[in-house]
Design a protein around this ligand. Structure first.
Ligand SMILES: CC(C)(COP(=O)(O)OP(=O)(O)OC[C@H]1O[C@@H](n2cnc3c(N)ncnc32)[C@H](O)[C@@H]1OP(=O)(O)O)[C@@H](O)C(=O)NCCC(=O)NCCS
Length: 188
């Protein structure tokens, strides 16, 4: 089934991507200040010091979305680990930031970007131990990541995060939710 909806007026073939190679193009607005601010204040600066890499997505040449990726180590409780996994901390790649411009949202571009990031993580996992794609989901997006995209909640990591928040008198309802996608769950 195509990822991009028929109503979009553009298709997967109209999407091109490249790695950020300077300050990002202007005018992007994904509707969430945190992701807009990261893109314009930190994406290029962080990439220049080697702590993240940002991938830009263009629809018919228009800057429409971005994904920032970093390496990660995921702490898992025994019941959460895949069969045969002996370690409590397992190599992963993290989708640290994700944004789709409001003009293009709701047609599948976000899902397409995530599929592309999963492809990248799987390529990497052929050469470096990397079992999962992780992310910290805003609470309103947990259902989307879980039900539509196949991510699971990282209970052990999230319990730690909640304990820490409570200890510092921070409300737990607004905490980002740690999630993982098992790279072995994709058919070759
Ligand atoms: C989240 C985001 C990347 C999705 O991009 P997209 O191109 O619209 O994604 P898709 O078209 O593949 O999927 C759309 C689905 O995402 C979910 N979704 C998007 N925003 C949502 C929100 N604020 N609350 C709940 N669900 C939401 C819905 O299930 C929606 O499906 P629907 O259109 O049938 O309701 C985009 O809305 C965005 O950039 N948001 C602001 C930045 C952000 O939240 N980044 C992620 C931080 S964890």
């Amino acid at each position: 089934m195509p990822i991009i909806s028929e109503q979009a007026g553009w298709t997967e073939d109209d999407v091109a991507t490249h790695v950020l190679d300077g300050e990002p193009p202007g005018g992007f607005d994904c509707g969430r200040e945190m992701q807009n601010a990261f893109l314009y204040q930190w994406a290029w600066a962080d990439q220049q010091v080697g702590v993240s890499v940002t991938h830009l997505y263009f629809v018919k040449g228009i800057f429409a979305g971005y994904a920032t990726v970093v390496m990660d180590a995921l702490v898992l409780g025994k019941p959460e680990r895949g069969r045969g996994v002996r370690y409590s901390s397992v190599g992963a790649m993290k989708l640290a930031q994700l944004g789709v411009d409001r003009t293009f949202a709701g047609h599948g571009l976000g899902s397409l970007v995530i599929a592309d990031v999963i492809r990248l993580a799987r390529e990497l996992s052929g050469r470096v131990g990397c079992r999962y794609l992780t992310l910290d989901a805003q609470p309103d997006l947990v259902a989307w990541y879980a039900d539509r995209l196949g991510f699971l909640r990282n209970d052990t990591t999230q319990e730690r995060r909640e304990k820490d928040a409570l200890a510092h008198r921070r409300p737990i309802e607004s905490l980002a939710v740690s999630m993982r996608f098992d790279l072995r769950d994709v058919d070759d």
